[in-house]
Design a protein around this ligand. Structure first.
Ligand code: NAD
Ligand code: MG
Ligand code: MG
Ligand code: MG
Ligand code: MG
Length: 330
């Protein structure tokens, strides 16, 4: 950040879920924002429609005091090596929304750069929507290196521009943000929840119940429960469900998720902490995603998906123009 200017010039590289929300909020907060995208890339039309100056990433980087790296995590190392490091100004601030590449050593930022992290605790669509109505989504922030003494100011300024400071800013480290984000999405939010739903569906259908009824009981109604968690924790769920449901929760829940489950959660966490997960994921990406594609195919072909497609066609509110939001965990 050049100390002479009051408002740093910001380059946002990538215009997906987070990039679009960040760029729009920062511009509305009075920052000069340039979006860096490959010419003809899929999201550059959208950025232009939103009224942004869209430049090739190298040009956007060169003219900025803060460079926000908001491309998919797996393309960031090459982007850093080939585009950012050769062009970013001496003493600028390099900013990430997830600590993966810095924490696992895939990007070793140049020694003269301040390096910070600002991660909103919500998908881009919510980050934008909350900002527009004068509120904000809480953000975690961290500093990796601070040779110019401006890394904390960079993170705070950026988080304020996003609207996060209107809600809550929590200081973390690159290590904590990276490891907890990976654990949450693997054990609970994405991996754990989807496996629980599939196993519940299979159990009911294999026992001879109708697939449609099974879908409603184990997938559709999960939203009602998660909304209660979100609004008021497990306390609020217990206030709203029947006594029968509460008793069943108390006696059967611990039989499904038991001490063995927690042991396996600890094993998953250990492989995140010691770098095994990162190493495997990087190797998978570099091999062209053979297993990733196979796993994904299996999920997409699970019978609950076909049942769901048919049933959702009769739920008119799901066909409304406004999307329900984007995936919370990325
Ligand atoms: P995304 O996949 O939605 O968007 C990626 C953008 O990068 C697109 O505009 C794409 O065209 C562009 N892009 C791809 N390759 C590029 C390249 N080589 N050069 C320039 N642009 C390129 O990504 P996202 O989900 O917004 O994730 C961005 C970052 O934010 C990641 O570090 C992610 O971990 C983090 N994050 C995401 C969420 C979320 O809710 N999605 C939440 C917190 C943090
Ligand atoms: Mg799954
Ligand atoms: Mg029920
Ligand atoms: Mg996350
Ligand atoms: Mg994540």
């Amino acid at each position: 950040m050049s100390p002479s200017t009051s408002k740093p010039r910001i380059a946002v590289i990538g215009y997906g879920s987070q990039g679009r929300a960040h760029a729009l909020n920062l511009r509305d907060s009075g920052f000069e924002v340039t979006v860096g995208l490959r010419a003809g890339g899929p999201t550059s039309i959208r950025a232009k429609e939103d009224g942004f100056r869209v430049k090739p990433p190298a040009e956007a980087v060169a003219a900025a005091d803060i460079v926000a790296v908001l491309t998919p995590d797996m393309v960031q190392p090459a982007l850093y090596r080939e585009v950012i490091e050769p062009n970013i100004a001496a003493g600028a601030c390099l900013l990430f929304a997830h600590g993966f590449n810095v924490h696992f050593g895939q990007i070793a930022p140049r020694a003269d750069l301040d390096v910070a992290l600002v991660a909103p605790k919500g998908p881009g669509a919510l980050v934008r929507r909350e900002y527009e109505i004068g509120r904000g989504v809480p953000c975690v922030w961290a500093v990796h290196q601070d040779p110019n003494g401006r890394a904390e100011a960079c993170a705070r300024t950026y988080a304020e521009g996003l609207g996060g400071a209107r809600a809550n800013l929590i200081r973390t480290t690159f290590k904590e943000e990276t490891e907890t984000d990976l654990f949450g999405e693997q054990a609970v939010l994405c991996g754990g929840a989807s496996a629980l739903v599939q196993a519940g569906y299979e159990t009911l259908v294999e026992a001879g119940y109708q697939p449609e009824i099974a879908y409603y009981e184990v997938l559709h109604e999960l939203k009602l429960i998660v909304d209660l968690f979100y609004e008021g924790g497990i306390t609020r769920m217990l206030e709203f469900i029947s006594e029968t449901a509460q008793y069943g929760d108390f006696v059967s829940g611990p039989r499904i998720v038991d001490a063995g489950t927690k042991e396996r959660m600890k094993a998953v966490l250990a492989e995140i902490q010691d770098g095994t997960f990162a190493r495997n994921w990087i190797a998978e990406y570099e091999a062209g995603l053979p297993n990733y594609r196979r796993y994904k195919e299996a999920d997409l072909e699970h019978p609950i998906e076909e049942t769901g497609r048919r049933l959702r066609a009769a739920m008119r509110w799901l066909q409304a123009d406004t999307p329900a939001g984007q995936a919370p965990a990325r």
